[in-house]
Design a protein around this ligand. Structure first.
Ligand code: F6P
Length: 354
C-alpha cells in the first residue's frame, strides 16, 4: 500500500459524453492504491466555495454509460477574475486556501483549453495538477483526440443521415449547423461520414456564391437535393451575407440562417435549415469515448502516483502519454486545410466554398 492521498477531481467547461467514465476510472484506480477521491462541484467554482463530497465506490456505480457529469460544471467562473457586482476580483487565494484546508494532495482537472488554462495558473501557484483533455470540439493541442468528440460526431452524423431522405423526397437543400467553436473537426468528420455535399469550416473561409455553384452542379448532375454542413465558427470570405449587427443568441444562428436564405434566393431551390446545437453534447458516450475516458482517468491517477504534476494525459497515436500542461493550452488545435482529411473530402467531391 502506498502513502495515503486525497485526490480532488473537477469537471470544467461545457459538459460532454465520457466525463463520468473518466471520474469512475479515476475513483476505481485510486481505490486500488487505497486513496480517497473527492468530487468538486461545478468546476473551479466548487473549489472557490469549498464545495466537495467524497466519491465512494458506490457513488460512481452505474455512471459509465451516462452523459453529463455527476460533478456539475460551469464555463462561466474563472477564480482569477470573478465578477462581483461592478468589479472583477482575483479569488485564487481562496481556492488555494480551500484546497489546502481540505487536505488535498492533488487536483485532477477534466476540461478543455479554458479549464486547463486556469489549471495551469494554479499549477504555477503550487497546486499539484494533473489535467485530462475533454471537449466535443476536439480542439485541445498536444493530444490527438479529446473524449466526447466521437460521440458528438456520431450524433451529428446520425442527424445528417436522417436529413437525407427528407432532402431527397422533397428535392430540397438541407443546411445543418454543427458545433465546434472555432474549429471544424465535428463538421468535417460528420460531413464526410454523412455524405455531405458542402462542408463549411472556420479553417477554410468560404464564398457563398461558390457554395451555391456547388449546389447547382449537383442538381445539374441529376442529384436533385443537397446537404450543406456549416460549422458554427465558419467564416465567410466576403460580405455577401448580411451578418452585420447580428449576434448569436439562445436559439438563433445568424450565420446558418443567412447561408440558407442566400442559397434559396440565389439557386431558387427550396432550402430548410437546422441548428443541431446542444444535442451534440448529450447522449450516452460511444464505446470509443468510454474506453478513451477510462484510459484517461486511470492514467491521470497514475501520474498522481508518480508525482508527475503540471502535466496532461494525452493520446498520441494509440498510446496514452503525458505532456506538459503548457503545451496543451499553447494554441487551439485546428483542422489543417492542406491535410489528408480535407484532401479526402475534396477527392470525394465535397465542396468547401473556397
Ligand atoms: O466547447 C463545447 C461547445 O459545445 C462548443 O461547441 C460551443 O460553441 C459551446 O460549447 C457552447 O457553449 P454553451 O453551452 O455555453 O452555449
Amino acid at each position: 500500500m502506498s502513502e495515503q492521498r486525497r485526490i480532488a477531481i473537477l469537471t470544467g467547461g461545457g459538459d460532454c459524453p465520457g466525463l463520468n467514465a473518466v471520474i469512475r476510472a479515476a475513483v476505481k484506480t485510486a481505490r486500488g492504491y487505497g486513496w480517497e477521491v473527492y468530487g468538486i462541484r461545478n468546476g473551479f467554482d466548487g473549489l472557490r466555495r469549498a464545495d466537495s463530497f467524497r466519491l465512494s465506490r458506490e457513488r460512481v456505480r452505474g455512471i459509465l454509460h451516462t452523459g453529463g457529469t455527476i460533478l456539475g460544471s460551469t464555463n462561466r467562473i474563472d477564480p482569477f477574475a470573478v465578477q462581483v457586482d461592478d468589479h472583477v476580483e482575483d479569488q485564487s487565494d481562496q481556492v488555494i486556501e480551500n484546497f489546502q484546508n481540505e487536505g488535498f494532495d492533488a487536483l485532477v482537472t477534466i476540461g478543455g483549453d479554458g479549464t486547463q488554462a486556469i489549471a495551469y495558473k494554479f499549477w504555477q501557484r503550487g497546486i499539484p495538477v494533473v489535467a485530462v483533455p475533454k471537449t466535443i470540439d476536439n480542439d485541445v493541442s498536444a493530444t490527438d483526440v479529446t473524449f466526447g468528440f466521437d460521440t458528438a460526431v456520431e450524433t451529428a452524423r446520425d442527424a445528417i443521415d436522417k436529413l437525407h431522405p427528407t432532402a431527397e423526397s422533397h428535392q430540397r437543400v438541407m443546411v445543418v449547423e454543427l458545433m465546434g467553436r472555432t474549429v471544424g473537426w465535428i463538421a468535417l468528420h460528420a460531413g464526410i461520414a454523412g455524405g455531405a455535399d458542402v462542408i463549411l469550416i472556420p479553417e477554410i473561409p468560404f464564398d457563398i456564391d461558390r457554395v451555391c455553384a456547388a449546389v447547382e452542379r449537383r442538381y445539374a448532375g441529376g442529384r436533385r437535393f443537397a446537404i450543406v454542413v456549416v460549422a458554427e465558427g465558419a467564416v465567410p470570405i466576403n460580405d455577401k451575407l448580411n451578418l452585420a449587427g447580428l449576434t448569436r443568441d439562445i436559439m438563433q444562428s445568424p450565420l446558418t440562417n443567412q447561408v440558407a436564405h442566400y442559397i434559396q434566393a440565389k439557386t431558387g431551390h427550396v432550402v430548410r435549415g437546422m441548428v443541431l446545437g446542444h444535442l451534440q453534447r448529450g447522449g450516452s458516450p460511444t464505446t470509443y469515448d468510454r474506453v478513451l475516458g477510462s484510459r484517461y482517468g486511470a492514467a491521470a491517477v497514475r501520474l498522481v502516483r508518480d508525482h508527475k504534476y503540471g502535466r496532461m494525459v494525452a493520446l498520441r497515436g494509440t498510446e496514452i502519454v503525458s505532456v506538459p500542461l503548457e503545451d496543451a493550452i499553447a494554441q487551439v488545435r485546428a483542422v489543417d486545410p492542406a491535410g489528408d482529411l480535407v484532401q479526402t473530402a475534396r477527392d470525394l467531391g465535397i465542396a468547401f466554398g473556397d
